[in-house]
Write a protein that binds this ligand. Structure first.
Ligand SMILES: Cc1cc2nc3c(=O)[nH]c(=O)nc-3n(C[C@H](O)[C@H](O)[C@H](O)COP(=O)(O)O)c2cc1C
Length: 218
C-alpha cells in the first residue's frame, strides 16, 4: 500500500508516535510518505487555551450528559491555525492516510486547518492517531477528540479506518507539572494503573499500537 502519515506535533510526542508508525508500516512492506504539518507561526503557549475556554464552565454537563455532548459537537467552534505550504496538498494517490494530532481539548489547530485545505479525501481510507496527557478516558479524551474528527472525515467522504490513542504523560500546563500530576492521579483512580502503562513504552500503549497496526496496515 501507499501510506501517507501526516501529523502535527508541537512538543514532539505525536512526532514520536508518527515515527513509530512509519517504521512499523515500512517493516510490513508498505511505501510510506511522511508529512509534518507546520504552523506558519507557533502561538505563545498561554494563548493556545484561550479559544477553548467556552467549554470549561460547561465541562461537568458535558461529562455527564450524552445529549449535551451531541448538541455541543454540533455547535462548538474548532479553532484553526495557519499552516505552511504542504508537500502533499492532494492525497488522491495514497491508499491509506494516517492523520496524527495532539489533543488540544479537540483537534490541534493546525490539523483542523489541514482538514480544510487538503484535496482528495473523498473515498479515501483515513485512520487517526493522537497523543494526549491523560489515560484513554472514554468521554473526556476519546469522545471529545475522535467523535467530531470522525464526523468531519465522514462528511468529507472518507472511510474511517481506525483510531489510536496513546498517552504522552506530558502536559505543558501550568507551572510545576500540575496537569500531569492530575492525570496521573486520574489514571490510578479510573483504571487502577499508572499513567505510564498507557504510553508507547507501557503495556497497554504497546498493545494498542499493535492492535491499530494490525487493523489498518493489514
Ligand atoms: C492547548 C492544549 C490543550 C490540551 N488539552 C489536553 C486535553 O484535553 N487532554 C489531555 O490529556 N492533554 C491535553 N493537552 C496535552 C497534549 O495533548 C499532550 O501534551 C500531547 O501529547 C502533546 O503532543 P505533542 O508533543 O505532539 O505536541 C493539551 C495541550 C495543549 C497545549
Amino acid at each position: 500500500m501507499q501510506v501517507l502519515i501526516v501529523y502535527y506535533s508541537r512538543t514532539g510526542h505525536t512526532a514520536g508516535l508518527a515515527d513509530a508508525l512509519a517504521a512499523e508500516a515500512r517493516r510490513r512492506g508498505h511505501a510510506v510518505t511522511v508529512e509534518r504539518i507546520r504552523a506558519q507561526r507557533e502561538w505563545n503557549k498561554w494563548l493556545l487555551p484561550v479559544p477553548l475556554l467556552p467549554l470549561l464552565p460547561l465541562l461537568p454537563v458535558y461529562l455527564l450528559s450524552a445529549r449535551f455532548r451531541r448538541f455541543w459537537h454540533r455547535i462548538y467552534h474548532q479553532p484553526e491555525q495557519a499552516i505552511r505550504p504542504l508537500a502533499v496538498p492532494d492525497v488522491s494517490n495514497f491508499d491509506l492516510v494516517l492523520l496524527g494530532t495532539p489533543k488540544w481539548l479537540y483537534l490541534a489547530y493546525p490539523v483542523a486547518r489541514w482538514l480544510n485545505t487538503i484535496a482528495g479525501l473523498d473515498s479515501k481510507r483515513v485512520a487517526s492517531f493522537a497523543t494526549f496527557c491523560g489515560p484513554p478516558l472514554e468521554v473526556f479524551e476519546l469522545g471529545m477528540l475522535f467523535e467530531p474528527l470522525e464526523a468531519h472525515l465522514r462528511a468529507c467522504g472518507t472511510i474511517v479506518a481506525g483510531r489510536l490513542a496513546i498517552s504522552s504523560g506530558y502536559h505543558p500546563y501550568f507551572f510545576f507539572g500540575e496537569m500531569q500530576r492530575l492525570f496521573r492521579w486520574i489514571a490510578l483512580k479510573a483504571f487502577g494503573r499508572p499513567l505510564a502503562d498507557f504510553t508507547l513504552d507501557g503495556e497497554i500503549g504497546r498493545a494498542e499500537f499493535q492492535r491499530f497496526c494490525d487493523e489498518v496496515l493489514a
